[in-house]
Design a protein around this ligand. Structure first.
Ligand SMILES: [Zn+2]
Length: 283
């Protein structure tokens, strides 16, 4: 279990998957073995010796000023999905968050960086033949623009993640539509970083003179620090996603800001440093 402390803010990573099972075609199609193996610093953490991308799906548990926040909720259990590794999972997420001191009833806020199936899954759980909110005492923060898009989007072959993981939160009266920048506490806020989805946000954390950012999917893999132009096939607007990514890299390069990459494999967090005309991830 990875933990970080930013001033008074405690952050704990709860992993659902972490391996080379997410193929480059799905994450960053241009990141083929031939294209990533020459980037030597990607080994050993972010690619294996065959040039396969390592990635992770995880939630962050954040304690800030007496409030408990969950950032992104992974894939969830029991959800019918077309991706075999994502289909009807039976993971120990609930036991793991409780063991980390975050029993689900104790959570005050759930923030989804965007409304995609690998970020909303544990919003709900299957109880008494229906999808019920996993965090019954939380306010769930969704960006208004993402909801406008998803509410009207057709169900994709991936599975009805809106119907099983987002609509039940509205039905239970626990959803708050937010317009970024949106402050959760004095130390934590959601910042607009559109492109991968219409209302995508990253999470900014500042406390005691220390700083961190949780990227969401504005960058999927550290190889995009060398090749920001490599885009995800799931970007809603690739051009806007690229603009957002380039701005992000420029803003945080060589700054004392811990970058926590939402799909970055262990050690997951590090600093962006300039490396000639491009960037490198220093862990
Ligand atoms: Zn994702």
């Amino acid at each position: 279990m990875l933990r970080w402390q930013i001033g008074d803010v405690h952050i704990t990573r709860i992993v659902e998957t972490e391996d080379t099972s997410m193929p480059a075609e799905v994450m960053v199609p241009e990141a083929t073995p031939g294209n990533v193996l020459p980037i030597e610093w990607l080994q050993p953490h972010f690619i294996d010796e065959a040039g396969r991308l390592k990635s992770a799906i995880y939630s962050l548990l954040v304690e800030t000023q007496g409030k408990r926040l969950v950032i992104d909720t992974c894939l969830g259990n029991d959800k019918p999905r077309i991706v075999p590794d994502w289909n009807r999972r039976q993971g120990a997420f609930l036991e793991e968050i409780a063991a980390a001191g975050f029993p689900r009833e104790s959570v005050d806020y759930v923030a989804c960086t965007h409304l995609h199936p690998d970020h909303v899954g544990w919003n709900t759980m299957w109880v008494d033949d229906e999808w019920q909110p996993t965090f019954p005492n939380a306010r769930y923060l969704f960006s208004e623009k993402d909801w406008e898009w998803l509410d009207n989007a057709p169900v994709t072959p991936l599975g009805d993640f809106c119907g099983d993981s987002v609509r039940p939160i509205f039905a239970a009266g626990l959803a708050d539509l937010i317009v970024p920048d949106h402050r959760i506490t004095d130390e934590v806020w959601l910042e607009s970083t559109p492109g991968h989805s219409p209302g995508h946000v990253c999470v900014r954390i500042t406390s005691g003179g220390e700083h961190a950012v949780v990227t969401g999917d504005l960058i999927h893999h550290p190889c995009q620090m060398v090749h920001p132009e490599w885009c995800s096939p799931f970007d809603f607007d690739s051009q806007q996603a690229l603009t957002t990514r380039e701005r992000f890299l420029d803003e945080f390069a060589d700054e004392p800001v811990l970058i926590i990459g939402s799909h970055f494999a262990r050690p997951t967090a590090g600093r962006i440093v300039r490396d000639g005309d491009v960037y490198r991830f220093e862990v």
